[in-house]
Write a protein that binds this ligand. Structure first.
Ligand code: 13P
Length: 339
């Protein structure tokens, strides 16, 4: 099946995914938060910077895009998606239309955008999109996530996965257990194990072929406000233990979101898992913030900084590519990337 081939290519040895699917309004909000000057052309300029970074394909197998980006032309009028394909990377789509409040819940959410998704996916496939990604977000708190939110999200993700496979697109389901809170790593483990078990039950019910499905997962971590922060080796040990319980060996790979971790934490923890454990699936990255935080700051919406920002992006992609093989070392971070 073509989708199984795509899923395997996305987790090819030493490569991972760049998540660039922040929609334009959220991107402009981010620029304002970072006090970066905004203008009408900034979203395209940033997308172009990311997608056309020289040699990114050495470490990046695929790029997750928004609906706007898959239709976007660069400043010279050439299609960006076509250039991504020419560079040997697989374009992906984030087809959801945001998270909505789950009716009757205590502030929990569910991904929206299943309406008309069959037709949209067929259109994306015709544009050259090879994979899709759909996020569910679970906040750990007193009484959350609820059984209700876990079930509702699992069903929506599974429907998206089944529709994607029907369209010849490899699905990535992203059940994110969020970092925010004062919970312990033990609580994060228990919630992640529960979420994974319900997600795979839903994938089974929806007849989703696991061999062509990837999971975008959060690591098992202490909450960001937990007074006791787990060390790198503990994070690696607990994440691998949780995934061995919850992730079938039939899936080709798991790609992590960075979820608010620092750039180095995201790399070091991924590396520790790959360096120290025999695993039945590939473990790689699908980072947004942990790849783009530094490039964005360097760029600052100034054309003269594009090259330096692209060099910083290439460096982070390389570090994470090495981490996906268990070959990263902190000393490598010292390599000069920005002049
Ligand atoms: P982060 O790596 O910034 O968590 O983003 C990944 C992503 O695509 C969330 O849907």
């Amino acid at each position: 099946m073509k989708t199984a081939e795509t899923a395997n290519q996305l987790v090819a040895a030493g490569k991972g995914i760049m998540a660039a699917d922040r929609p334009a309004p959220a991107f402009y909000d981010l620029l304002r938060t970072e006090s970066i000057p905004t203008d009408e052309a900034a979203y395209r300029a940033w997308s172009e910077l990311l997608f056309l970074a020289p040699n990114l394909d050495e470490y990046v197998s695929g790029i997750i895009m928004t609906d706007e980006q898959v239709r976007m032309a660069d400043s010279g009028g050439a299609s960006l998606i076509e250039q991504v394909i020419e560079r040997g990377m697989i374009p992906g789509i984030s087809p959801a239309r945001g998270l909505e409040r789950l009716a009757g819940s205590d502030g929990e959410t569910v991904g929206s955008g299943l309406d008309g998704l069959r037709e949209r996916l067929a259109e994306y496939a015709a544009l050259g999109v090879g994979f899709s990604k759909w996020r569910a977000a679970f906040q750990i708190g007193p009484g959350t996530p609820s059984y209700y939110a876990i079930e509702a999200n699992a069903y929506v993700m599974a429907q998206m996965a089944a529709l994607s496979q029907e369209a010849g697109i490899a699905p990535i389901v992203e059940p994110e257990v969020m970092l925010w809170g004062d919970h312990t790593i033990e609580r994060c483990f228990a919630v992640t194990e529960w979420v994974l078990s319900r997600t795979f039950e839903a994938l089974y019910i929806h007849r989703v072929e696991l061999e062509s499905t990837l999971v975008k997962a959060s690591m098992v971590l202490s909450g960001d406000k937990c007074p006791e922060q787990a060390e790198v080796d503990t994070v690696a040990e607990q994440t691998v233990k949780c995934f061995r319980r919850g992730m079938p060996a039939a899936i080709p790979g798991i790609v992590f979101l960075s979820g608010g971790q620092s750039d180095i934490d995201a790399t070091a923890r991924l590396n520790a898992m790959n360096a120290n454990y025999e695993l039945p699936w590939k473990l790689s990255f699908s980072y947004a913030r942990a790849l783009q935080r530094e490039p964005l700051a360097i760029w600052g919406n100034r054309a003269e900084n594009v090259e330096a920002a692209q060099a910083a992006l290439y460096h982070r992609a390389k570090m994470n590519g090495l981490a996906s093989l268990g070959l990263w070392k902190e000393e490598l971070e010292g390599e000069a990337v920005v002049s």
